[in-house]
Ligand binder design. Structure first.
Ligand code: N01
Length: 535
């Protein structure tokens, strides 16, 4: 690191001004700590700041996908729709910043490039893209799970004369596709939300699909004021109900096993989930993600629905997934499958004949050039580890995090990794994170970190890091839990399978309530599994 100017001194540096960074800053301040948030973007909101593609919308209901740490906040904020669209989420973020007067400690347009632990001083030295340096006892990575984009490296990218976009790095001024020939690569959540809107604008839209995805109608609409009133009247109970469930939000969980249900009962339950919308399907049957037979029946129900929506049977076939339902995150859409009935939309199957290259005029598949004016990469993220590994993070004795995680991420509780004292990851790999309502998981992590810092300070200790054996045991447990389900059975980003060369390791921990209980026990036992000491 360059040494020309003394680093600015802080108790804590927080990397990222998304939901995690903002709440962490708030808690740090409450503890009387001097903290600074460093944010690469020109505004706050994290993943919602960058993902501005047409149709970007949360797939968990607004009344659940929101902060719960302050009752005043959750009572006063009024969501306009059942599922919040990206602009409304950014308005909410701005409101939170204003309400808790966070702005003065957030530094935008500041990309953290390095974070090195100084063994002798037991402090983190953080350096940014502009060469600014910060020294802090604690370094909190609030860098998000889905913030580092996955951009396939096709040959000829530089030759293409049209415009290239990635859904996860969408231009702030938006894009007008009117009268353009557009190609969308990918059929994950981002594509499924943006395709119906792009299709309405474009002269012609080609969708390049490698793997079809299950999608359920979101059933979005204006927020029902009566529903909002009822939830707000008992918000604490509603939040507790959410936290008691596997994914940390209310799924209207049906505890029945599909194995014990009649075909009529299964059909009725699936129909109820289809009509209720979106991710409620995760709560359909208790064995949906553990029994192949149960999953097959539910998957067939969804395939039948797809076939009923898409007029051309060949296109319907191509759009019908054969993988385990829910193995990849279920998508929630508004008019996705119907979009393929439009005359100006063509589905191109690239499962057996991959995209070969980009040319000056477009994109080539199986020797055929598809002429395009714009290509949208809806190709997802280097999820969970990408944003951490793109920063040069080094722990004790200069050990690079990327080296330690070469064969896959290793953490204790997704919160810390051995050899990196006082470095915390909010919703890190090995925590429930992406398998939950993210804001709920974020609040739980932030509170754990804040409590741990209080513990250190009251006991005159300075450093906290996991014991290697606790970390190893946790990594094994995370794998064991995933191994007992069908979640390992497809090429999902949960496994890093979407990024060429990334180690295939199931990264998130399935089971929010069990995880919270484990964290509670760890803290109650004096931060069992962590090493706490003076330096
Ligand atoms: O990314 P994805 P996403 N050639 O990885 C394809 C959250 N999210 O941005 O399946 C051709 O799911 C790839 O194909 P395949 C949500 O958790 C939430 O859509 O790997 N195709 C796949 O179809 C979600 O799960 C919301 O064969 C290539 C697509 O690109 C997560 O973010 C909205 C390719 C990537 O799909 C990620 O979603 C949006 C290649 N070389 C996102 N490389 C809501 O809240 C990749 N693909 C609603």
């Amino acid at each position: 690191m360059s040494q020309d100017k003394a680093p600015q001194q802080f108790d804590a540096i927080i990397v990222g001004a998304g939901f995690a960074g903002l709440y962490m800053l708030h808690r740090m301040r409450q503890l009387g700590l001097k903290a600074r948030v460093l944010e690469a973007g020109s505004g706050a909101g994290g993943t919602w700041f960058w993902n501005r593609y047409p149709g970007a919308r949360c797939d968990i209901e607004s009344m659940q996908y929101s902060y719960q740490f302050d009752d005043g906040l959750q009572q006063e904020w009024e969501w306009s729709e059942r599922y919040a669209a990206q602009p409304e989420l950014l308005r909410y973020v701005a409101h939170v910043i204003e309400r808790f007067q966070l702005a003065s400690d957030i530094q935008y347009n500041t990309r953290v490039e390095r974070a090195h632990f100084d063994d002798s001083a037991a402090r983190w030295l953080v350096e940014t893209n502009s060469g600014e340096r910060f020294s802090a006892q604690f370094c909190v990575m609030a860098t998000g799970c889905l913030s580092s984009t996955n951009m396939p490296k096709f040959e000829g990218m530089a030759d293409f004369k049209g415009a290239i976009y990635h859904t996860g790095q969408w231009p702030q001024d938006g894009v007008d596709f009117s009268a353009l020939r557009v190609g969308v690569i990918g059929t994950g959540s981002s594509a499924i939300q943006s395709i119906p809107i792009i299709a309405e604008q474009a002269a012609h839209l080609h969708v390049f699909q490698r793997t079809p995805n299950y999608s359920v109608p979101a059933q979005n609409g204006p927020m029902d004021p009566q529903v909002a009133r009822e939830i707000k009247a008992n918000y604490a109970e509603y939040r507790a109900l959410g936290k008691s469930q596997l994914l940390a939000y209310d799924l209207k969980m049906n505890h029945q096993l599909a194995a014990n249900a009649t075909p009529e009962e299964i059909r009725a339950e699936c129909e109820f989930r289809w009509q209720t919308g979106g991710l409620y399907f995760y709560g359909a049957f208790a064995d949906m993600l553990v029994s192949q037979e149960a999953n097959d029946v539910i998957a067939q129900f969804v395939r039948d629905k797809i076939r009923a929506k898409v007029r051309d049977p060949k296109v319907a076939d191509l759009l019908s997934p054969t993988t385990v339902f829910g193995c990849k995150r279920i998508c929630a859409d508004t008019g996705y499958f119907e979009t393929f009935n439009r005359d100006n939309v063509t589905l191109v199957d690239v499962s057996k004949t991959p995209i070969e290259r980009l040319t000056t005029a477009g994109l080539s598949v199986a020797g055929k050039i598809y002429e395009l004016d714009a290509i949208v990469f809806a190709t997802g993220f280097d999820a969970m580890t990408g944003s951490l590994e793109r920063i040069d993070i080094r722990g004790r004795q200069g050990l690079p995090l990327a080296d330690k995680w070469q064969a896959g991420p290793r953490t204790y509780l997704g919160l810390q990794t051995a050899g990196f004292p006082n470095l915390f990851t909010i919703s890190g790999p090995g925590s429930p994170s992406v398998l939950t309502c993210m804001i709920t998981s974020i609040e739980q992590h932030v509170d754990f970190i804040a409590d741990a810092i209080v513990h250190l300070r009251t006991h005159g200790q300075q450093c906290m890091e996991p014991l290697l054996e606790a970390e190893d045991a946790w990594v094994e447990h995370v794998n064991e839990v995933a191994g007992g389900t069908l979640l390992n059975s497809c090429n999902s980003w949960y496994l890093g399978a979407n990024v060429p060369g990334k180690p295939r390791v199931f990264m998130p921990y399935l089971g929010f309530p069990a995880y919270v209980e484990k964290c509670r026990q760890v803290a109650a036992n004096g931060y069992e599994g962590f090493k706490l000491d003076v330096a």
